[in-house]
Design a protein around this ligand. Structure first.
Ligand code: AMP
Length: 185
């Protein structure tokens, strides 16, 4: 199973991704997680990422595509994978298409988790208290939502045209949402 998980900040992508990874036995790749790890290690990439992340801004497409290219070259990817938080822009989606065409590993589906903004802000502020993520504050959340609508939401039409888009209602319990995700796959 080769999947992309779409959804705004706080839509529950990470939570559903963990369940999908277990269920299908596939590799989970979160570009946000890669960047947080780089930050924790204090690498050059990490230092650069911190500036963007704390402003609620996206990193440049070429940096993200470079990270993804490395991940796609790892053993086991042909068995299945799940991208969470990538692609986030049309150029990233086009870049991914090109890489997957070259590797002859086409996507099976793109699942978009739909959650209203009010709920998202509430969830993210709660997550800020629990996990202490430095980009979960009211100002950054507002920016991330704006960036999502301007740059990431258009990916739904992009994948709709390819017949890959599956929209799922992201309001409910983790288990309810997981059942809905499985039902569309
Ligand atoms: P996430 O964990 O997916 O919410 O990502 C956290 C932050 O990392 C985002 O707000 C961006 O600053 C950065 N980031 C993660 N994935 C991407 C991506 N595909 N393109 C650009 N920036 C990204």
């Amino acid at each position: 199973m080769k999947l992309v998980l779409l959804g705004g900040p706080g839509a529950g992508k990470g939570t559903q991704a963990a369940l999908l990874r277990e269920h299908f036995g596939i590799t989970h790749i979160s570009t946000g997680e890669v960047l947080r790890e780089a930050r924790a290690k204090g690498t050059g990439l990490g230092k650069q990422a911190a500036l963007y992340m704390d402003a609620g801004k996206m990193l440049p497409d070429d940096i993200i595509l470079g990270i993804v290219k490395e991940k796609l070259a790892l053993p086991g990817m042909a068995k299945g994978f799940l991208f969470d938080g990538f692609p986030r822009t049309i150029p990233q989606a086009e870049g991914l298409d090109k890489m997957l065409r070259e590797l002859e590993m086409p996507l099976d589906a793109v699942v978009s988790i739909e959650v209203p903004d009010e709920l998202v802000t509430e969830r993210l502020l709660k997550r800020a208290q629990i996990e202490g993520r430095s980009d979960d504050n009211r100002e950054t959340i507002g920016n991330r939502l704006k960036v999502y609508y301007a740059q990431t939401a258009p990916l739904k039409a992009f994948y709709q045209k390819q017949g890959l888009l599956r929209e799922v209602d992201g309001v409910g319990s983790v288990e309810e949402i997981f059942q809905r995700v499985k039902a569309v796959l």
